[in-house]
Design a protein around this ligand. Structure first.
Ligand code: PRP
Length: 205
């Protein structure tokens, strides 16, 4: 049995359809209910819907053998997992954004609001820029508008949220896409099952 953690939401549903096409179908997952665990014993597959930012925790701890999560989560939390495959979906980027008329004069400590504290610290450390990180949990875009921060470090997908809040991208930090990840012990003991799954999914990309 392969245990797969998928991110709850639109991306996860898209990924499930790819896994289904690859031969890992689990019809009960399409039932409209609030269940979070689905199994198809015949296909030897069990799916869990988990919060996107928690996928790597389930995989790192071995509750899930494999999972799908964004490069942003891998960069932020550095989980001890194998990154097997770039699924080339869920494309977006990590970026610095600010009010349109804002520019960095480089004089004072930069106030940075973000959910991605480690990514922000690493990025500004690489530029030798002093920052004061303000950790937020969502709606990051309002921080510079209300004067809580100078800039934000956040995910930009379509750019609509920034545009509608009169902000713009100032710098791109790194591109993001969904990745297939595996638990290290699972990969050792279920090598052929996991490599077969990886190959079948890869052939669909
Ligand atoms: C993410 C991100 C931006 C938005 C970007 O937010 O933090 O707010 O998506 O997408 P866009 O460029 O297509 O507008 P999410 O939906 O995860 O909500 P939250 O961060 O406010 O919780």
């Amino acid at each position: 049995m392969i245990n797969i953690a998928l991110p709850k939401g639109r991306l996860g549903e898209k990924i499930y359809l790819a896994f289904e096409k690859a031969g890992y179908e689990c019809p009960s997952i399409k039932e409209n209910n609030r269940k979070l665990i689905f199994e198809n014993a015949e296909k030897g597959v069990r799916y869990f819907w988990v919060k996107p930012s928690d996928v790597s925790i389930y995989v790192e701890r071995g509750v899930a053998d494999v999972g799908v999560c964004g490069k942003d989560i891998l960069a932020e939390y550095s989980p001890d997992v194998y990154e097997l495959l770039d699924l080339k979906t869920g494309i977006c980027k990590m970026a610095v954004a600010a009010k349109k008329d804002w520019y960095d004069d480089g004089q004072t400590t930069l106030k940075v609001a973000t959910k991605f504290v480690n990514c922000a610290k690493a990025y500004y450390a690489s530029k030798c820029r002093d920052i004061d990180v303000i950790k937020l949990n969502g709606s990051i875009e309002i921080a510079p508008i209300l004067g809580l921060s100078d800039v934000i470090v956040d995910i930009v997908e379509t750019g609509t949220t920034l545009k509608e809040n009169d902000l713009e991208v100032k710098e791109t930090i790194f591109p993001i896409s969904a990745r297939l990840i595996a638990n290290k012990a699972s990969f050792k003991f279920k090598t052929s099952e996991i490599e077969t799954l990886e190959a079948k999914v890869k052939s669909l990309l």
